[in-house]
Design a binder for this molecule. Sequence first.
Ligand code: G3I
Length: 374
Amino acid sequence: MSRSVHLTRGTLASALVGALTTALLACGGETVATSPLKPTPTDTTPAPVVLALRKVAENRALRVRIGTAAGALFNSTDAASTQYMTVMAREFNALTPENEMKFSSLRPSRSEFRYARADSMVAFAAQNNMFVRGHTLAWYSQLPSWITSGTWTTTDARALLDEHITAVVNHYKGKLAAWDVVNEAFTDSPVTLRGGFWADKLGRGYIEQAFRTAFAADPSTPLYYNDYNIEGINAKSDSVYAMLSDLKARGVPVHGVGMQMHLIGGAIPDIASISANFARFSALGLKIQITEMDVRVPTPATSNMLATQAQNYRDVISVCLQNTACDMVVVWGFTDRSSWIPSVFPGQGDALLFDRNFSPKLAYTAVNDLLSGK
Ligand code: G3I
């Protein structure tokens, strides 16, 4: 009984928000209707209208950019794609191609570079005054089979890494705000150098080679090491810290660390630990960016869990706002319509700021409030 009442209220509320948001979008507005948190049966007033995330940040001249991964719905034939593009441009002032700059996407064969889709994202960003994070140059995953099933010597592998990084960094020279040069070089437990094509052929030296090669091709774009489960102080972040300290001490051109921030609702790392971790990396002279944030919850999500998720977003992003080395927060997609999570973690998802129908969730309101200084 109470469940059906709740659903009815939720449906009414979401219809109201949807209608208002649609109206605002139709006007090309920079405002968005927030989700009414606790609608009552007699509640007939529209939801409060707030400025879009990027407008809030830009109006307050915040150092921190707010970005999203641009994924499968980008300029797709999916019926929702138009709405996806509109919301992305309205809400975010940075984007990261979710898959389109990965090795396998760009290099169907050794001689062929397929830049079109990634280029269209970079062009969209330029048209909409958005920064772009390049993702990613040296990763164990998403390598094409012509590499992984080929027979290569160490010398060949070194040449392949150089050739790839030089060509791709040159192609985007001057257009990106950051490159994730090396992605996920460590395993979790035990923490050690992760195997894979580059590490198996070249050992740990591939990391340094990747940074030096990227810098040689474009000395102006900040170069990042990017990983997950390194947000708080733990064995893995200790290893990354040791590696980056060593690289910095030896003059290897590494400029920042990307904290991916794939989190579990209600079970995020201790905020004081995240803050202390950010502090030690920034004390090395590194910039910090939150690069792939999402907060997954069991689906279907309960309203309690969505409230917890909202608080988790707020608490984590607060750490970035408080550390002057942190200048960007990127969420790994923005609509629950499209996320990597359900296929990798069945029964989990709903990890993003907007629901499947592009209505803002509690998490959106929490982030908007935080950026607004509320
Ligand atoms: O493009 C093919 C398509 O042709 C095919 O029909 C379809 C069938 O499954 O697969 C499509 O490729 C998928 C690709 O996403 C594009 O949708 C791959 O199978 C799938 O493995 C790939 O997953 C991506 C994953 O990285 C692996 O590259 C996710 O979308 C992407 O969100 C995820 O992102 C990673 C970051 O790069 C690094 N950090 C972790 C993060 C989450 O895993």
